[in-house]
Design a binder for this molecule. Structure first.
Ligand code: CP3
Length: 338
């Protein structure tokens, strides 16, 4: 059985673009909230292979997406490196911030993939249960985005602490980026070994850097990860998501070697399909999935018209928000496939 997502990532034509959504398993689904309340904490859910596999499959069962993305989080990598990571209700992630060179010594590359073994176990469970046309996506956070959470201690408004370090002590910052590059490449490789057929790398905060820093801390590490996977796992497609990169999407497509790029909502799609040297994915505004109805339907048509018969992966410009009515997601899939 062919999988439409893999066909498109090979650059071949399909009748209808494959569709999956970032955060397709999440709080907007009542069945997710039910499992989540049974799991205890959010990290307990990430590290419970049976429950993580179950929530990964929920949106596949409900909507029939063309791909499942393994349920996990980008912050399991800092956690496995030895950093304190907690998810507080209503606050998002809280990390024991690393502020300088000394903080680096608390992180250890040893045993990372052993600590992440539950993720690989969840992947092999999902792989054995997926419908035959559904692809399985593994993922990780990009080094810059992970470093920003690790140094800011959570989400940030101005990214001043991580920039203070990147500008003020670039050699030590490069050590952190190299450590993360290494850990991410290995984590992705192990996900592929366990059954992931595609990997996506989330650089959610790529958009806060100047273009030179973007080159150094986003493009270069990404290029290194793609090259490493090309050696260890040749032929496995890599999707990069440098959210907010703006004109930087062009350099990113040219220089990282990714198979596909995820476009955030702000990128003009007609520009991206011409200017970005990679297959494109995205960039429906997640708010339209909350709104639904005619505005959603019109945007789906517009996107399909702009991409024409070019290889394209239908997705959002960022994750599904908790306020999204599940019925609108069902309609999206139905309208798209009509
Ligand atoms: O369905 C999927 O997409 C797979 C699972 C997935 C999650 N997080 C589950 C999750 C994926 C791919 C991620 C990636 C992730 N995690 C990113 C990159 C994408 C993006 O959103 O920019 C980032 C930055 C994180 C870090 C993170 N995790 C934050 C900032 C938060 C809090 C914000 C929020 O929505 O609560 C999380 C928690 C999180 N990760 C939830 C889910 C379903 C919600 C937590 C809950 O259930 O209580």
């Amino acid at each position: 059985m062919t999988k439409p997502l893999l066909t498109v990532l090979e650059g071949a034509e399909v009748k209808c673009p494959p569709v999956w959504l970032m955060r397709q398993a999440g709080r907007y689904l009542p069945e997710y909230r039910e499992v989540r309340s049974r799991a205890g904490g959010f990290l307990d859910l990430c590290y419970s292979p049976a429950l993580a596999a179950e929530v990964t499959l929920q949106p596949i069962t409900r909507f029939g997406f063309d791909a499942a993305i393994i349920f996990s989080d980008i912050l399991v990598v800092p956690h496995a490196l030895g950093q304190g990571v907690r998810f507080e209700e209503g606050h998002g992630p809280v990390l024991d911030a690393i502020r300088d060179r000394q903080g680096l010594s608390g992180l250890s590359r040893e045993g990372v993939t052993e600590r992440l073994a539950p993720v690989y176990e969840a992947i092999s469970t999902v792989a054995s249960r997926l419908p035959s046309a559904t692809a399985l996506i593994g993922f990780c956070g990009a080094p810059w985005t992970l470093a920003s959470y690790m140094i800011e201690g959570g989400s940030s408004r101005d990214f001043l602490e991580v920039k203070r370090w990147a500008y003020g002590d670039p050699d030590a910052f490069a050590q952190l980026i190299d450590l993360l590059t290494d850990a991410c490449a290995e984590h992705l490789g192990r996900q592929i070994d366990a059954g992931a057929e595609v990997v996506q790398i989330f650089d959610s905060w790529a958009g806060v850097l100047s273009s030179r820093e973007f080159e150094r801390w986003c493009v270069a590490p990404m290029q290194a990860i793609v090259a490493r996977l090309g050696d260890s796992h040749p032929g496995v497609p890599v999707i990069g998501f440098p959210r907010g990169a703006g004109l930087g999407y062009e350099a990113y497509g040219l220089r990282t070697g990714v198979t596909a790029v995820g476009l955030d909502t702000t990128v003009p799609l007609p520009w991206a399909v011409e200017a970005v040297d990679a297959i494109v994915q995205g960039n429906l505004d997640p708010a339209l999935l909350v709104v639904g109805g005619a505005p959603l339907r019109a945007e789906i048509s517009r996107i399909r018209q702009v991409v024409g018969d070019k290889p394209f992966i239908f997705n959002l410009g960022h994750g599904v928000v908790p306020q999204t009515p599940p019925e609108n997601v069902a309609l999206l899939v139905e309208w798209l496939r009509q």
